[in-house]
Design a protein. Structure first.
Length: 484
């Protein structure tokens, strides 16, 4: 193509008009008094009129007086400045009623003699850009919340409320998948009616269980534009109608290992189709929720690991100390007795020596299980180390003799349970070796009094009692009084 042909000077009026019509911006020209001289097709959509009917008229003929006043004020400002004036404003398009946030640039236009022709105006749609900017701000503030160690429900509520602020008339929800991965629970949906939230709580996931139940089941986004007619919502159509819900888009919340943690959903009151920006917002919001949920889970895991024994899952010494303090306080408060049992396995070492450490580990796990089975939920079973376990029996009787009797009965139950045969199936590289093992335990018991002297090391005392049991020939229980 010849360079000459590209020059603007050679463009015919038709060419220039075609360019103005093709541009996605609103373009217009008004004289100094605000009377329209020309406009493009996009502008025609704004006024809902053809150019021929716009020319010769002013803003006051098409929009509210308030808006026309503000247009005129900006025209005058550009003329006073003698240069570019830029402002942002919300406008409604008369041809279909939709609203856009636009950035409007107005420039005084002069002819070749320097005489003012009028004002050239150009408006660009910046709705998406502004929403994205708003979303990015919301995203950073949510990440800041995450760094502040705020409880998970509060963070999830901040995500829901933050997204709701991006659009008028939307409601959001976050539902979590229960431990079994089968039900949606612990919903955070402050803008949805509580009768709706109650009806949804605990619902079993599956195809056809609304947008969220289906999204959680399939592990993919489910977009329902029209709840009233969509088969996924058939069982809940009445409930949704009562709650005034027209559309629901639901995004699964996935962990970093792609496990489904729950769903993030956006609801509209009317039928509504998903647009590009909505896809971005719903995906990003689900990701924010995922970070919050995973972070909390890791925190809980670390906390559990810090206070529990890795092999048996029982409380470790740190948690035992803590529980002991709680028990002492409860004894004082309720004027009742408690007891500490120190349990050491007899002749455990030979099992390790003969069948290896794995066999010993399996036996220790079974021991932990058997001891836990002999006590109540309120009691504490801790692994003290190696083949040693400590049990705190809390809230025993308030009468000494009865409390002693109860402690001895439970200790005997544990002794008998631990002395029963162990069937240990040791997994090897190719096959499984089954070993029948017999082992017993020596148990020391110390009663914790309600006015216990805090200087007494109860566990040490129970350990001494256990050694007496060993000395008596093992597989037996020895009782020591903690009275100073
Ligand atoms: N498999 C396994 N063995 C352990 C673990 N921790 C400690 N042990 C072993 O447990 C044994 C404990 O020693 P002892 O209590 O003296 O052994 P015992 O044969 O029961 O001796 P008595 O108590 O005198 O009857 C040692 O052989 C340790 O190596 C563990 O986590 N797994």
């Amino acid at each position: 193509m010849n360079q000459q042909m590209l020059s603007l000077a050679n463009f015919t009026e038709d060419n220039l008009r075609a360019i103005l019509q093709a541009l996605p911006a609103l373009i217009w020209l008004k004289d100094a008094d605000g009377v329209y001289l020309a406009c493009n097709e996009r502008f025609e959509q704004f006024f809902g009129a053809l150019e021929k009917d716009i020319i010769g008229r002013t803003d006051y003929d098409f929009v509210s007086k308030e808006l026309a006043d503000s247009f005129r004020a900006n025209d005058l400002l550009a003329m006073q400045k003698g240069g570019l004036n830029i402002n942002e404003e919300w406008i409604s398009f008369a041809h279909d009623g939709h609203r856009e946030l636009v950035e409007t640039s107005k420039t005084p236009l002069h002819n070749s003699d320097g005489k003012l022709i009028g004002i050239l105006g150009i408006s660009h749609d910046i709705t998406k850009r502004k929403q994205l900017e708003k979303y990015e701000k919301f995203r950073s503030s949510t990440l800041e919340l995450l760094a502040k160690n705020i409880p998970l429900p509060s963070v999830l509520e901040a995500i829901v409320r933050g997204v709701e602020l991006l659009h008028t008339n939307i409601m959001c929800s976050i539902l979590l998948l229960d431990k079994e991965g089968k039900h949606l629970v612990d919903g955070v949906a402050p803008s949805l009616p509580s009768f709706y939230n109650q009806a949804i709580n605990g619902v079993a996931i599956g195809v056809g269980v609304g947008s969220c139940g289906t999204a959680a089941f399939l592990g993919q986004r489910v977009v329902v534009d029209d709840i009233a007619s969509h088969p996924y919502w058939a069982p809940y159509a009445e409930l949704a109608a009562q709650a005034g819900l027209g559309a629901c888009w639901s995004q699964p919340i996935l962990s970093s290992e792609l496990q489904i943690l729950g769903t993030f959903a956006i609801y509209h009151r009317e039928k509504n189709a998903l647009a590009d920006l909505d896809v971005y917002i719903i995906e990003q919001s689900a990701q924010l929720a995922s970070i919050a949920i995973e972070r909390k889970r890791i925190e809980l895991k670390i906390q559990h690991m810090a206070f529990h024994d890795a092999l048996t899952g029982l409380p470790n010494r740190s948690l035992l100390d803590d529980r002991l303090e709680q028990t002492k306080a409860a004894c004082r408060r309720h004027h009742c007795f408690a007891a500490v049992l120190f349990i050491d396995l007899d002749n455990f070492k030979p099992l390790n020596d003969e069948y290896g450490h794995n066999a010993g580990d399996l036996l220790l796990q079974e021991v932990a299980h058997r001891i836990s089975f002999c006590v109540r939920e309120v009691d504490t079973v801790a692994r003290f180390g190696g083949d040693e376990f400590v049990v705190i029996l809390s809230d025993l009787e308030s009468e000494l003799a009865q409390a002693e009797q109860l402690a001895c009965n439970i200790a005997e139950k544990i002794r008998a349970s631990l002395s029963a045969f162990y069937q240990i199936d040791i997994p090897n590289a190719h096959k499984q070796t089954s070993v029948q093992h017999h082992c017993t335990a020596s148990i020391g018991v110390v009663l914790l009094r309600h006015l216990q002297n805090d200087d007494i090391d109860i566990v040490k005392l129970a350990d001494q009692a256990m050694y007496q049991a060993k000395a008596k020939g093992r597989n037996t229980i020895c009782f020591l009084d903690s009275k100073p």
